[in-house]
Design a binder for this molecule. Sequence first.
Ligand code: TRP
Length: 454
Amino acid sequence: MDRGNFGNRFTAIMAMAGSAIGLGNIWRFPYMVGQNGGAAFIIVYLFFALFICIPIFLSESVIGKRSQLSTFGAMEKYAPKGQWKWLGLLTVFTPLIIISYYSVVGGWSIEYLLKSLSFSFTDPQLSRDGHSAIFLDFVSSTWKPILLHTAFMGINAIIVMAGVKKGIEKFTKISTPILFLLVVLIMCYSLTLPGAKAGVIYMLKPDFSKLTGSAMLSAMGQAFFSLSLGVGCILTYASYLKKEESLLHISVLTSVFDLSFALIAGFAIMPAVFAAGIEPGAGPGLIFETLPFIFSTMGLSAPWLSNIVAILFFVTILFAALTSSVSMLETGVAYLVDEKKMSRPAAVGLLFAGCWTLGVFCSLSFSSLADFKILGNSLFDFCDKLTSNFLMSFGSLLFALFAGWKMKRSDVYDELTNGGTLRGSVKMFGVLYFLIRYIAPLAIILIFATNLIL
Ligand code: TRP
């Protein structure tokens, strides 16, 4: 059966970068940089990206590209007897949990895009608290967020249903470059605001005293989340690569794009936050409470201009979220199509129903289910923490161990170097294999343990 593949290197990288670039780059990275020592944090982040994330990216993509299968099938192929495949199956559920709550936030961004299209951010009288109240009213209003979550999941389903080439590739090869263009435009605007310099300083001033152990661990966790590692997304996308592609090349470029986007987003957001004279914060509050306030205060001198920036901004968020969530849905769909021999529409339909339902409960955790707690967290927060603190590190460890210890060294070599024909990869192989076998797993066990203890 034809599983489909990415047409060329450009579209493959756009799809992978689209998966990597998402809400994580916009709402978490800029804030983490500022909080944890500016340029000092960026250096540590780069270090982790290079020595831990790229090896894991390579592990996942070697497994996917070699087997041309999704997680479960790939593990079954190379370790038919062991328990690996069941662990692999476990990772298939992680992106499905992530998409459920991610899609609720996707729905919120549709609401805010519609608001900006109707020029709702032009009231300079409204305080920051006023904007927060509007946001809280909206998320707790039961039906509307559910309706928009449905719409967001629906768009995902349509794209994934259309297949790898006609759906995912067609969508991401246009939207990922547009995302870059938009965020650069917003950055240019932001940097010209009076008082923007404080934002630049917040992002860049190196402060090594803030580089505590926990700052380093958050850098590593953020790097995993941002590169979509440990849940089989990269593995699945890699299974759609043509045989002649260079995995090293693709992993480095994807990481470079992801990090550049995060930095540009930081220079787009932080100067505006400081220009408005408020404290930066992370999470939904930054995007849906602080930024609308900024858009309306900027509107004092030129309301239409600030509204246009608002429109660009919410389009960026919506598209960044979509290119990521499509990769999560595809991971589950690929499993059902490969292993359960389901048709693509049936697989999409089944997962839509499941993720939609879990998403509805996540959405309700801001209204009628607000009192329902799991280990002290609302369902929404629980899904977020379970996946990003626990399941993703578990999956990354699994993939690194599988590629490093279970697959044959010669297979890994063959796949990374395309049978010894990629000279750069041949030269680097020794180092990369060492990182995959020893350094990446040890580092993950370290984060794992710390996350469990803290
Ligand atoms: N990387 C995306 C972001 O930065 C989110 C994402 C996409 C993701 N696919 C994933 C996160 C798989 C974890 C696992 O927002």
